[in-house]
Design a protein around this ligand. Sequence first.
Ligand SMILES: *Cc1c(COP(=O)(O)O)cnc(C)c1O
Length: 352
Amino acid sequence: MNIEITKTTSPKTVPTDNLGFGKIFTDHMFVADYSRDKGWYNARIVPFGNLSMHPASTVFHYGAEIFEGLKAYRRADGKVQLFRPIENVRRMNNSAERLRLPQMAEEDMLQAIKELVKVEERWVPHKDGESLYIRPFLFGNDEHLGVHSIVNATFVIICSPSGSYYAEGINPVKIMIEEDDVRAVRGGTGFAKCGGNYAAANRAGEKAEQLGYTQVLWLDGVERKYIEEVGAMNVMFKIDGEIVTPALTGSILPGITRKSCIEVLKSEGYKVSERLLSIDELTEAMENGTLEEAWGCGTAAVVSPIGQLFYKGKTYTINNNEIGNVTQKLYNKLTGIQWGKIEDTYGWTVEI
Ligand SMILES: *Cc1c(COP(=O)(O)O)cnc(C)c1O
């Protein structure tokens, strides 16, 4: 793919403090257009700025939007690397397939990510735990209100330097199990990384926030009986020595961190089961003390220990509200590989 690069004439000063998450953006962005006739065209890296869009654009009315999230990490030797980017590329195309948005050749999408990170190299932070968050997104962009299959689309990648998720240490989070709203159902879009799933989650998220919980743990959309995932993370439990994580039944986002955790745990000899886990089994394990650890896993936090679960008016405390051994081990292993501090024996990292 030919990517035309236009550099900004007024590069910003790269901030080094209070990066937070998703508030600061780099100097450039990648944009490509698609039409059914031409395929992908006009791939370009241009100065970061607003998008000009027709008010009837499909995405504003019918929600045809998907996205990805990955990071560029600064290694100790100063070089920059990505973590399993091909997995993000493939998931993007799987999400596109579900929403009938156009797919992009794997090598082209990977090239777009790499070239943008190369252009923005100086924005990849140097401090421990910090990274450059990369957000590719793709939306239907037809300029009329008829409900049709999508003919025009736009692919954009923006980058945002982000601070350490654990600037104040790895503190276990408090999570509310939602009993009313559901996030996704089998046959729906739960396995696709699309904005619509987040829109559907807003109401429960706000309720959790008001009650003092950080995130929502979703139950399945049909029986509200089986554990699915947390907000923007997959979820894992250590029950009586066995690591249990909900199976990918179609309504759960297939996380790359989830997959990596499973691979690391299996190679270290743990018993890992991807299976159905009912809320009854979980509450029983919390009551009889066999729930040893619980954690969420996703690109943003890597792993996030769960210290408290709230369900049907009852609060359960897990592992004394402390990070558990397996959670800590996974954290060390994955962040070690991502920031190039330990050897990547899995071949997961890609140097820029
Ligand atoms: C992105 C995401 C995850 C985590 O996926 P990773 O690839 O590990 O970052 C989990 N659940 C949802 C709903 C997500 O959008």
